[in-house]
Design a protein around this ligand. Structure first.
Ligand code: AMP
Length: 399
C-alpha cells in the first residue's frame, strides 16, 4: 500500500489529489486558484471534511506551501504528515518526441521537459516549478512525469506530418503532437472493460469534450490519429478556441491591423463556442440560450456537433472497423442533448444511438447505443489523476 500525491500545475492553478495504491482509492483532493493574481484561494475535500483558505499566492512555491499545510491540516487534512507520501506523479503537458511513456524524473528528464517549453511556453514552465517544489517537499522519493503528448507518439507519419516543407519538421519539429493523451488512454482502456473486449483487433474513437476538446482514434490500444495538433488549438470547436481554420484567415487579418498577440487572444480566448454564440464558453449557458430561441447559440451548437461528426467520419474511414465511440469530459459526460445531436446522422456509418439509454445514462458511465447498433456508443468518466497515480505507482514500485 502506498500513498501517491498527484500534482497538476496549470499557469495560474494547481490541482492535487492523494491516492492509495494499488487500491485506486482517492483520499482527498484540492485546488489552488488565482496563483499570481493578488488574493488566491485553496479549497480541499478529504474524508474528514472541507478546508478552504484565501491568501496572497504570488507563485507556485507559495501554492505548494499551502498545499502542504492543507494536506496535513489537523482538522480536515488528507494525511498526518508528508512522510506518509511514498511518491508523486506530475501532469506534464509537452514531452515533444522524447517521451512515448511516463518516466521517473531525474535531472536529465527535467532538462528535457525544459527544452520542450519552447513548444508549450504557458504549460511546461509551471509543470517544472511544480516538480521542483515537490522535490523540496519529498526529497529523494520517486517522482514521475506523465505527459499529455506521450500517448500520441504512436501516430504514423501520415497522421502527424503537415503538408508543409519537410525542413520545417527537421528544423523546428513542427508536426502534430496531440494532447489530452492521459485522458484518451484512460477512457480507451475503460471502454474495453465495459465492453469486455481486449485491445487487440479493437478500434475506438474517443471524444474528450470539455472546455478543451479533442477526438482520438485508438487502434489495438494505440493512438493512431488525434484532432489537436502542434498545439491544442487545432481540431474541434472548443469553449474559447477556434479549432480548424483556414490559415490564410490569419494572413488576411495580419494585413488588417492584427498582430501576433491579438491573433493569439482571438483564436485561443475569444473564439470557439464563446465567439460563435456570443453567450458564453459554457455549454450549459449555450444550451439554455438555444432553447430560449437564441439563433447564434443554436448555430454554435450545430457547428460544434458538425465538426465532431466530421472527425468521427474521417477516423472511421481510416480504421479497419470501428468497434466503439465514447464520450467523456465535462460535456461528453454530462450533456445528453449534445451526445444526441452529435450522433444524429451517423446512423449511415453504423453508429446508432438509443435515445432512451442516452437519457437514462445521464451523467453516469454506460452504453447508450441501440442493441442492434454495429458500433457501440459509450459514456465513460475520465480520470486523469487516477491514471497519473497508476503510472506513478507502477514505475516507482512495480519492478
Ligand atoms: P471540463 O473541461 O472537462 O471540466 O469540462 C467543462 C465544461 O463541461 C464546461 O465548460 C461546460 O461547458 C461543460 N458541462 C459541465 N456540466 C455540464 C452539463 N450538465 N451540461 C452541459 N455541459 C456541461
Amino acid at each position: 500500500m502506498a500513498k501517491i500525491l498527484v500534482i497538476n500545475c496549470g499557469s495560474s492553478s494547481l490541482k492535487y489529489e492523494v491516492y492509495e495504491m494499488p487500491e485506486k482509492k482517492s483520499l482527498g483532493k484540492g485546488l489552488v486558484e488565482r496563483i499570481g493574481e493578488g488574493v488566491g484561494i485553496i479549497s480541499q475535500e478529504s474524508l474528514k471534511g472541507k478546508h478552504s483558505e484565501e491568501a496572497p499566492i504570488p507563485d507556485h512555491r507559495k501554492a505548494m506551501e499551502l498545499v502542504r499545510k492543507a494536506l496535513t491540516d489537523g482538522k480536515a487534512g488528507i494525511i498526518g504528515s508528508m512522510d506518509e507520501i511514498a511518491a508523486a506523479g506530475h501532469r506534464v503537458v509537452h514531452g515533444g518526441e522524447f517521451y512515448a511513456e511516463s518516466v521517473i524524473i531525474d535531472g536529465k528528464v527535467l532538462e528535457t521537459v525544459d527544452k520542450c517549453s519552447e513548444l508549450a511556453p504557458l504549460h511546461n514552465p509551471p509543470n517544472i516549478t511544480g516538480i521542483k517544489e515537490t522535490i523540496n517537499l519529498l526529497g529523494k522519493k520517486p517522482q514521475v512525469a506523465v505527459f499529455d503528448t506521450a500517448f500520441h507518439q504512436t501516430l504514423p507519419p501520415a497522421a502527424y506530418l503537415y503538408g508543409i516543407p519537410r525542413e520545417l519538421y527537421d528544423k523546428y519539429r513542427i508536426r502534430r503532437y496531440g494532447f489530452h493523451g492521459t485522458s484518451h488512454r484512460y477512457v480507451a482502456a475503460e471502454v474495453l472493460n465495459m465492453l469486455k473486449r481486449s485491445e487487440e483487433n479493437t478500434s475506438v474513437i474517443s471524444c474528450h469534450l470539455g472546455n478543451g476538446a479533442s477526438v482520438t482514434a485508438v487502434r489495438n490500444g494505440k493512438s493512431v490519429d488525434t484532432s489537436m495538433g502542434f498545439t491544442p488549438l487545432e481540431g474541434l470547436v472548443m469553449g474559447t478556441r477556434s479549432g480548424d481554420i483556414d490559415p490564410a484567415v490569419l494572413l488576411y487579418l495580419l494585413k488588417r491591423g492584427y498582430n501576433e498577440a491579438k491573433l493569439d487572444k482571438l483564436l485561443n480566448k475569444q473564439s470557439g463556442m464563446l465567439g460563435l454564440s456570443g453567450v458564453s464558453n459554457d455549454m450549459r449557458d449555450i444550451e439554455k440560450a438555444a432553447a430560449e430561441g437564441n439563433k447564434n447559440a443554436q448555430e454554435a451548437l450545430d457547428v460544434y456537433a458538425y465538426r465532431i461528426r466530421k472527425y468521427i467520419g474521417a477516423y472511421a474511414a481510416n480504421l479497419p472497423k470501428t468497434d466503439a465511440i465514447l464520450f467523456t469530459g465535462g460535456i461528453g459526460q454530462n450533456s445528453v442533448s449534445t451526445r444526441a445531436k452529435i450522433c444524429e446522422g451517423l446512423e449511415g456509418i453504423g453508429i446508432i444511438l438509443d435515445p432512451k439509454k442516452n437519457e437514462a445514462t445521464g451523467r453516469k458511465a454506460g452504453i447508450i447505443s441501440a442493441d442492434y447498433s454495429p458500433v457501440a456508443i459509450a459514456v465513460v468518466i475520465t480520470n486523469e489523476e487516477l491514471q497519473i497515480a497508476i503510472d506513478t505507482y507502477d514505475l516507482a514500485f512495480k519492478k
